[in-house]
Design a protein around this ligand. Structure first.
Ligand SMILES: Cc1cc2nc3c(=O)[nH]c(=O)nc-3n(C[C@H](O)[C@H](O)[C@H](O)COP(=O)(O)O)c2cc1C
Length: 202
């Protein structure tokens, strides 16, 4: 059977931080359930370029952007990948800027007249799943919930599958690395996503 492509977007600059550890444990769990081919991108390090707000994409029925840059290439990868994982820390009560910038550049997928996904792109969204892995220093899950909001709403808008994991209490470097319970939670979440995904596509 063909491997499922998984694109992981790490929203932390730190390649060995709490987000990175949660990503690795999530993938460990996911791999126990399904054959995957993963690619991890450090989004802050690629420094995504902001949307111009020119709305030139609005009049096109396909995925079009005036900016033919590295960020647009990544947007096309999001479009073409079955499972897209957004994993990031909470920065100042919300998702980190580079993740939001990336999300803004996904607007060429939006049909302004029908408030949803562009009709032409629907085949690419048939089995698509967004996964959000949010962590923060605080102990209140509402912090993570706020950070995940725009991604969850995008998934709802486009009628695609969505899973989320909130990991609170990550109040410093190496917290997840030292905490087996947090690691287990991420592994189990990966397994759960794998089971759900296989059920949903079969
Ligand atoms: C600029 C900045 C802002 C932060 N803002 C918050 C916040 O508003 N709420 C919170 O609970 N944690 C906040 N944190 C803590 C991080 O979310 C937390 O330590 C996270 O685990 C860091 O992830 P990383 O190791 O993957 O970089 C902030 C950290 C930084 C560096």
């Amino acid at each position: 059977m063909a491997k499922t492509h998984v694109l992981v977007l790490n929203g932390s600059w730190n390649n060995n931080g709490n987000s990175a550890w949660l990503i690795n444990k999530f993938l460990e769990g996911l791999k126990q359930e399904m054959e995957i081919e993963e690619r991890i991108v450090n989004v802050p390090r690629m420094n995504p370029a902001t949307c111009y707000g020119c709305l030139q994409c609005r009049n096109k029925d396909d995925f079009y952007c005036v900016q033919k840059d590295e960020t647009f290439e990544l947007e096309k990868d999001i479009l073409n990948t079955e499972i897209v994982v957004f994993a990031f820390p909470i920065y100042y009560f919300n998702m980190p800027g580079p993740i939001k910038t990336l999300l803004d550049r996904f607007v060429p997928s939006y049909d302004w007249d029908n408030n949803g996904l562009k009709q032409k792109l629907t085949p690419m969204f048939k089995h698509k799943r967004f996964v959000c892995i949010v962590n923060c220093a605080d102990v209140q899950e509402s912090f993570c919930e706020r950070g995940a909001y725009a991604i969850k709403e995008t998934a709802n808008l486009y009628h695609i599958a969505y899973n989320e994991l909130y990991m609170v209490g990550c109040d410093g470097e190496g917290i997840v690395e030292k905490d087996i319970k947090k690691q287990e939670k991420a592994i189990n979440f990966g397994k759960q996503v794998g089971v759900e995904h296989l059920q949903s596509i079969n």
